[in-house]
Each structure stands twice: as C-alpha cells, then as structure tokens.
Design a binder for this molecule. Structure first.
Ligand SMILES: CC(C)(COP(=O)(O)OP(=O)(O)OC[C@H]1O[C@@H](n2cnc3c(N)ncnc32)[C@H](O)[C@@H]1OP(=O)(O)O)[C@@H](O)C(=O)NCCC(=O)NCCS
Length: 159
C-alpha cells in the first residue's frame, strides 16, 4: 500500500467496518510506523482488498484485512491473508495474533482455516456496540507442520 492507494482503501474500509480508521491512521502506519507493513490486492488495476501487519521480532499482529463487498467469497481475502502470513514469516515472526468481533463468523472461519485458535476474549473491546473481541493466535509459524499446512492451502488456492 502506498499513500496514493489510501482513498481507494478508505472506500472499502467505510463499507466493511462499523467504525473505520481515519485517513491519518493509514498515513501514519505507512510513514511513521517502522513495524507496520500494508498491502493492497488489485483486480484489473483496481484495489479490491487490503490488509496490514505489525512485526516485532518474533511477534506479529494482523491489524486489518478487508475485501470490497462486491468481491467477497472469491478467495481474495484468503489470498491476502496468505500474503500477510508469508510477509510475517519472511520478516522473522514465529507467531501471529489478531482481534476479531465475536459475531464475525466469516473472518473467524477464515482464520481457523489457517490454524488460528481462540486464546482469550477482550470484553467490550469494540466501543461502538461494546462487542467482545475474540483474540486468535497461530504459533510455530516457522515449524514444518505449519509450513506444510500453508503449502497445502496455497496449492489449493492456486489449483
Ligand atoms: C473476512 C473477509 C476478509 C474474507 O474475505 P473473502 O474474500 O470474502 O473470503 P474468501 O473468499 O477468501 O474465503 C476464505 C474463507 O473465509 C471463510 N468464509 C468466506 N466467506 C464465508 C461465508 N459467507 N460464511 C462462512 N465463512 C466464510 C471460509 O473459511 C472461507 O474458506 P472456505 O471457502 O474454504 O470455507 C471479508 O469477508 C471481509 O472483508 N469482511 C469485512 C471486513 C472484516 O470483517 N475483516 C476482518 C476483521 S478481523
């Protein structure tokens, strides 16, 4: 993701989340946060997906991921997640965490497919409706077991 991508990203953000990040949140992430890495997915030149991670030594965190509503269910979210995992691993991460709304079954199902499990609940984490966040985690990303899982899932995606 580059600065010029932010307007298109914000359009997807606005129709994907009940509380969206302000423009300067993305600008700060791109310009100021050395731990942050953001990516966009393009279809015919148009941005249809985006996502980001923080990598702090062996620890990584998915900060956001979204696909334009008109393009969901076509594996673009999955492709973006694979890219985030590849980047995290390439940058040295051994585990990865994220928060997801308790009601967000679709995203939780995607994360479970990639070996994430529920580790805890953050009560009333989302201030718009006081919804709980489920904290999910996948570990041992550099181990053979996880590498094989990722390889098999990637092959299924590409096949
Ligand atoms: C979550 C999101 C990124 C998934 O992207 P997507 O491109 O629609 O999903 P994909 O087509 O790549 O599907 C991959 C997996 O997601 C899950 N999934 C996707 N659509 C689903 C649905 N309608 N119901 C249940 N699970 C679903 C499944 O596990 C699926 O794998 P499978 O088909 O092998 O079962 C997308 O729905 C989105 O942008 N949602 C709004 C923003 C959001 O909630 N982001 C996550 C914040 S934590």
């Amino acid at each position: 993701m580059a600065a010029g991508d932010i307007p298109a990203v914000l359009k997807i953000e606005a129709v994907s989340f009940s509380t969206s990040w302000p423009v300067n949140a993305f600008t700060n992430e791109l310009n100021e946060n050395k731990l942050a890495h953001y990516f966009v997915g393009r279809l015919g030149g148009e941005i249809v997906a985006y996502g980001g991670i923080w990598v702090i030594l062996e620890d990584s965190h998915i900060t956001t991921i979204a696909v334009h509503p008109s393009q969901r269910g076509r594996r673009y979210g999955e492709r973006l997640l694979v890219h985030l995992l590849d980047e995290a691993i390439a940058r040295g991460a051994s585990w990865i965490t994220l928060e997801v709304r308790e009601s967000n079954e679709v995203a939780q199902s995607l994360y479970r497919k990639y070996g994430f499990t529920n580790v805890s609940t953050r009560r009333a984490y989302y201030s718009d409706n006081n919804e709980n966040a489920v904290v999910m985690w996948a570990g041992n990303l550099r181990g053979e077991l996880y590498k094989n899982r990722l390889r098999a899932l990637r092959a299924a995606l590409d096949g």
